[in-house]
Ligand binder design. Structure first.
Ligand code: 3HC
Ligand code: NAI
Length: 692
């Protein structure tokens, strides 16, 4: 059993001992009930304290148990809470660090709760596609009020314990030693009767009907095809409209409905995928790391500025180097403007604004950056320019500094070869806007040192990115796959679609943005430059010419107020363009293609399965360590709907034999060669296996 029982004078202490975060798995639940029985049977015990060992009070239900029978085995969390709440001796929850999900629900079942400041309090179930299923939706509104509870449950966002100090959630905030304070509190309330129960508190919210209707409308509009948030509102509504026991029943029904949905399974996959990504099999967790206390960035363009902001946001001083003062001034002005915008939105205080800007300095001189612990290069994407920069960095950087490149297409091993220290060279591929996007592809060169890799992974966490390791190949994981997706998008135009139709179908599937809106945002000229290179390097590969024709019209996207769509100056809203649609139709005619009506299903299948097939090749070649890493790349860098778990998990959900069957169908159409199943995909499908 993963809970400990000890007696301290008249107080029994039950301590959850299920690392890493005291998830309420079966053995912990059984341990709590066992502890309660012992405490109730011991006449010397007058009160009980429940707490958690290590880094959490409790992180909630053990997510690893979700698909296993143990999840439903007695004692369930409901039974545990029933035992605690109906105890004749007062039970006090002593909260520190983290009280989330089922952990908070357990605390709400206790008669009293004490906490230290700085603990994260949350019902984050919605982020896993479910809702609090052990009374959280019924009890939290009774202690923090309807509005606050609804916000916490629908958003899943943690609130710090000190912010809730004045609510009925906490009976006492403890400034010193938690256990000392909790035991003293327990001794004080040992004889108090009747024992207070959260379930008995009345919710006082006269105009609740109006509020709930408003919440339903807002949440419905925001959640789109993702079901959990609206069910959260329904469950909270039951706390006001139904008696406690009925409300609990309603919550249970809604919980059981949600837990079976593919959305919830996908979100649980994403949760573990994110944590798995930081583990590199041949780089153990205890690999010594290099210290990163200062950074430098080369290039203050689109990427360099955003990268520098990441360091400053994490409190790491950063110096930006440019070739000319004008370029530096431009870059620094953009950084300032970005921070000003964040401040205007109320998300940054003046103090933090000053602090962050104060951490960013600039120079035109390489000697000034020599002492930085890490340097990230973000200059023009040309091997010749990278060569000049890395040779210079090799001269000036102190021994042991990490030399990183933000290149998106060039060979990191070649870049490393420009230095006499290839073990210090690594690719750190940020995504635009670099201060916003969560993904960081960590490109491991042939000679990259394990300590450099481990340090880069730790750094990704420090700057709040999701680091995913990629081997060296053209486009790494994300861009190599997106090329196949973009090719299909182009072919769809030739065969009968408009950009708007493709974008709408993919956005309905849940992507943040369709391929053509995305192209307009990023700049269509970037892809054009890549294709021009490919026409020379890989003459066999075919692309639709529509994107080239578009660029020849000078329609690079939002930056030229014209791309696949028309734009009004200062407005990012896309308007379908007659000119572009005429160009597409004419191009089909020039190719002799009879345009046909294409279903949304075909659009989504062709785009997503193109990703899956390339992903399978990437996996087989060892460029990605695991299928779930590919999923993380797409969830955090490419707007793939998180409730579908990423392309590889989605393919597993559809069933790999079905994916292969669809590919065989498309192989009979134009550009059929693109649809040859990757050997790994074909093998797994034949064996009835999955990627994940
Ligand atoms: N169950 C099982 N394992 C969990 C877990 C949980 N609830 N929460 C975290 N873990 C594991 C992680 O998988 C990770 O394991 P690993 O080291 O083997 O990779 C480890 O704990 C540490 O996690 P993090 O890297 O996320 O550590 P942090 O310190 O950054 O964050 C945390 C800790 C805030 C607790 C964060 O992990 C978190 O948000 N966890 C999810 C909490 C949650 O969603 N709880 C609700 C569960 S559902 C529920 O309770 C249903 C109930 O209503 C019936
Ligand atoms: P950019 O053209 O906006 O900025 C490049 C900056 O580097 C310019 O300010 C230029 O003055 C400076 N520069 C050029 N040569 C230099 C040198 N020798 N020394 C110092 N400064 C120099 O380019 P962007 O978009 O920021 O791209 C930079 C790198 O990031 C490229 O390798 C690119 O492939 C990569 N990248 C770009 C992404 C994007 O969406 N723009 C996404 C991910 C990676």
């Amino acid at each position: 059993m993963t809970a400990e029982y000890k007696v301290n004078g008249a107080v029994a202490v039950i301590t959850l001992t299920n690392p890493p975060v005291n998830g309420l798995g079966h053995s912990t639940r059984a341990g709590i009930v066992d502890g309660m029985k012992k405490a109730l049977a011991d006449d010397a015990v007058k009160a009980i304290v429940i707490t958690g060992a290590g880094k959490a009070f409790s992180g909630g239900a053990d997510i690893r148990e979700f698909n296993k029978p143990e999840a439903f085995a007695e004692p369930t969390l409901h039974s545990v809470i029933r035992v605690v709440e109906s105890s004749e001796k007062p039970v006090v929850a002593a909260i520190h660090s983290v009280a989330m999900g089922g952990g908070l629900e357990l605390a709400l079942g206790c008669h009293y709760r004490v906490a230290v400041p700085g603990a994260q309090i949350a019902l984050p179930e919605v982020k896993l596609g479910i809702l609090p299923g052990a009374g959280g939706t019924q009890r939290l509104p009774r202690v923090v009020g309807l509005e606050m509870a609804l916000n916490m449950i629908v958003s899943g966002t943690p609130v710090m314990s000190e912010k809730l100090a004045k609510t009925k959630l906490f009976d006492q905030m403890i400034d010193g030693d938690l256990m000392e304070g909790a035991i003293a509190f327990a001794n004080r309330v040992a004889d108090a009767r009747p024992l207070p129960k959260v379930r008995d508190i009345k919710i006082d919210y006269p105009n609740y009907e109006g509020f709930l209707q408003f919440s339903r409308n807002t949440v419905k509009a925001m959640a789109g095809p993702y079901p959990a948030p609206l069910k959260c509102v329904e469950a909270v509504a039951a706390a006001v409209t139904q008696k406690f026991d009925e409300g609990i029943k309603t919550e249970r029904e809604l919980f059981l409905e949600l837990v079976q949905t593919p959305e919830s399974k996908s979100l649980r996959h994403a949760f573990f995928a994110e944590r798995a990504a930081s583990k590199i099999p041949d780089v153990p967790a205890d690999t010594p790391m290099r210290e990163i206390k200062s950074a430098a960035v080369i290039g203050a363009g689109t990427m360099g500025g955003g990268i520098a902001m990441n360091f400053a946001n994490a409190g790491i001083p950063v110096k930006i180097l440019e070739m000319k003062q004008e370029a530096l001034d431009r870059g620094l002005a953009t950084i300032r403007k970005n921070y000003e915008n964040t401040m205007k939105k109320g998300k940054l205080t003046q103090e933090k604004f000053d602090q962050r800007l104060g951490l960013i300095t600039s120079t035109l001189n390489y000697e000034d950056i020599g002492q930085a612990d890490i340097v990230v290069e973000a200059v023009f994407e040309e091997m010749g320019v990278k060569e000049t920069v890395f040779k210079r960095l090799d001269e000036v950087m102190k021994p042991g500094a990490i030399l990183a490149s933000n290149t998106s297409t060039l060979n990191v091993d070649k870049i490393a070869s420009f230095t006499k220290r290839p073990q210090d060279v690594i690719g750190l591929h940020f995504f635009s806007p670099a201060n916003v996007m969560r993904l960081l592809e960590i490109v491991r060169g042939e000679k990259t040192g394990k300590d450099v890799l481990a340090t880069s992974m730790a750094l990704s966490k420090k700057i709040k990115k999701v680091g995913v390791v990629s081997g060296v190949c053209d486009g790494f994981i994300g861009n190599r796959m997106i090329e196949q997706y973009s090719r299909q998008a182009g072919f769809l135009l030739e065969e009968g679609c408009t950009p708007e139709q493709v974008d709408k179908a993919v956005e309905k599937f849940g992507f943040a943005m369709g391929p053509f809106r995305m192209g307009d945002l990023a700049g269509n000229d970037i892809g054009w430059a890549i294709r021009k290179r490919r026409y020379v390097e890989k003459p066999d590969i075919t692309y639709s010419k529509t994107a080239d024709l578009l660029c020849e019209m000078g329609r690079y996207g939002q930056k030229t107020s014209a791309g696949w769509y028309d734009y009004k100056p200062g407005d990012r809203k896309p308007y379908p363009s007659q000119l572009v649609n005429d160009m597409i139709i004419k191009h089909s005619a020039d190719l002799g293609i009879e345009r046909r009506k294409i279903s949304d299903e075909e659009i989504v299948e062709r785009l997503v399965f193109a990703l899956v097939n390339e992903g399978a090749k990437i996996l087989e070649e060892g460029i990605a360590l695991r299928a779930s890493d590919i999923d993380m790349v797409y969830l955090t860098g490419y707007g793939f709907p998180v409730f579908r778990g990423g392309p590889m998990f989605y393919a597993d959900t559809v069933g790999l034999p079905n994916v292969v069957m669809a590919m065989e169908k498309y192989a009979r159409g134009r550009h059929g060669e693109a649809w040859k199943p990757a050997p790994l995909l074909a093998r797994l499908a034949a064996e009835g296996k999955t990627f994940n």
